[in-house]
Design a protein around this ligand. Sequence first.
Ligand code: 13P
Ligand code: SF4
Length: 281
Amino acid sequence: MQKSLNFSLIDQINRLKKRNNAIILAHNYQVGEVQNLADYVGDSLGLSQKAAKSDADIIVFCGVQFMAETASILCPDKMVLMPEITAGCPMANMISAERLRTLKNKHPKATVVCYVNTTAEIKAESNICCTSSNAVKVVESIKKSEIIFVPDQYLAHYVSTKTEKKIIPWIGFCPTHIKILPEHILKQKKLHPKAKVMVHPECTPPVIALADEVVSTGGMIRYAKESNTREIIVGTEVGILHRLRKENLTKKFYPASESAICPNMKKTTLEKILWSLEDLK
Ligand code: 13P
Ligand code: SF4
């Protein structure tokens, strides 16, 4: 029953998508059926690049607010729809433009690098924007030696271990990634001694210290596909396991922690995608 319901929902979505010349983009943390429906599934960088290059008139963005907002900044002539407008990123809301201006006044010589997980207002106060997959490269591309890095203290810390530059972090964090603890990794390593460990750079330094690979969600998809490793412990939001398992049928993936769930990433459903395309809202 549920299956046939979904089939007709998917049919209706696809019909409206065609009629409106729309494209559906989904982040790697979206629920499985949204990932399966999307034209493209990826990390923040890949999604931004896809949005910028797309010749669709409408982008249906299945992710969180900063991602849809970034797509809108990159494609001002396109309509960007968010099926669930309240899907926010708590980390992005841990900094305000006013507080960033105060920090900038304290460090007038510093260049401001903002993680893409920020509001448009924060991006407007920054010199350059990065994602987790290019943060080190972006920081290294800057001539000045002092960098204000906002809003994730842990990504800032990870970057600081890869550069000689002085990093001044904003003390924000991802409430989902800090749920992954070193003991979770150690427990999984004990259960699966042959497994490699990949973690997201939003994890805390003691978790990162236990990892073989520190990568964005897109980097995780690539590593899983390209490495010879048959078993991988995954230190990030659990939604990515759907894609990892779907694309690597002979490999085994173990979540570092089953409780690493981003509730905002789970708010988008097939029904909401349909309503969004019906009402163009
Ligand atoms: P990625 O760019 O690695 O997909 O990260 C997005 C995000 O929100 C991680 O929490
Ligand atoms: Fe924000 Fe963390 Fe959710 Fe990513 S996983 S959207 S950083 S709260």
